[in-house]
Design a protein around this ligand. Structure first.
Ligand code: GLP
Length: 242
């Protein structure tokens, strides 16, 4: 990183430009997870800018979830989220377990009629009423995933029943899923989705489709999500056949 790189990047106050420049260094993999950043003083000296500017840029990146500050040790590139594949949990639970603050930005919260694909996934006849929930999921305000959930209206009478957590809302009606089938595949973010998630166009995405069921096997949820490929690891424990 050189002073010149920062002057030429983006616009606005210098600390914002430094923030963008540092983020690019991390996105490009030059600084990797758990790598330490130089101290405020070293970075300020190296770039010939004030320590306050460096401090503001780093603070903004901590708020974005890109960096973490460890007491007495310094500032590091934030770890990825590790997610076990064998436990059925909600996004809200996952983030709380990790000490992060789950959030959502609503894009759509409506009633509609099941498309043929949704009807098939939920075992409904096409046209059955469904609740549609599309939201950007955040952890400590950092965008993590774009999620589109479809739930039969029979289990979730009004989209407004969901304030924060879908699974909490379903639990209120005694319809919390007990089993799920999940499919993961690699995709690339298209322009629009990339923009919403704040990642470069064409960067790696994990497409995840979840169908979840009540104890008796009735489907309750059909969710299509795009997770940031740069922030998530899915972990599975495996055993040889007995
Ligand atoms: C994960 C799953 C979704 C599920 C969601 C529920 O993100 N991929 O299929 O709908 O958790 O999370 P919450 O209860 O926080 O809305």
């Amino acid at each position: 990183l050189r002073a010149r790189d920062i002057e030429n990047i983006g616009h606005g106050p210098l600390y914002r430009r430094l923030q963008t420049a540092l983020k690019a260094v991390i996105d490009d993999g030059i600084l990797k997870i758990d790598d330490a950043l130089p101290s405020e003083r070293d970075l300020a000296n190296e770039l010939g800018i004030s320590r306050v500017t460096v401090r503001n840029a780093m603070r903004a990146l901590v708020e974005e979830g890109v960096l973490v500050q460890r007491h007495g040790a310094g500032t590091f590139v934030a770890p990825r989220v590790e997610q076990a594949l064998s436990r059925l949990t909600s996004f809200t639970e996952d983030m709380i377990t990790r000490g992060m603050n789950p959030g959502a930005i609503w894009i759509e919260k409506t009633l509609g009629h099941a498309s043929p694909e949704e009807a098939m996934a939920l075992n409904l006849s096409p046209g059955t009423e469904v609740t549609r929930l599309r939201r950007l999921r955040t952890a400590n305000d950092k965008p993590m995933a774009l999620e589109y959930a479809v739930v039969p209206r029979a289990f979730l009478p009004s989209p407004d029943d969901v304030e924060k957590s879908l699974y909490d809302a379903l639990a209120k009606y005694g319809k919390k899923p007990e089993r799920a089938l999940q499919r993961l595949r690699a995709e690339l973010f298209d322009g629009e989705t990339a923009k919403i998630l704040g990642v470069p166009d064409g960067s790696a995405a994990l497409y995840i489709e979840r169908r979840s069921f009540l104890a008796d096997g009735t489907p309750v949820e059909f969710t299509r999500s795009y997770y940031r490929g740069d922030s998530y690891d899915f972990i599975a424990e495996m055993q040889v056949d007995a």
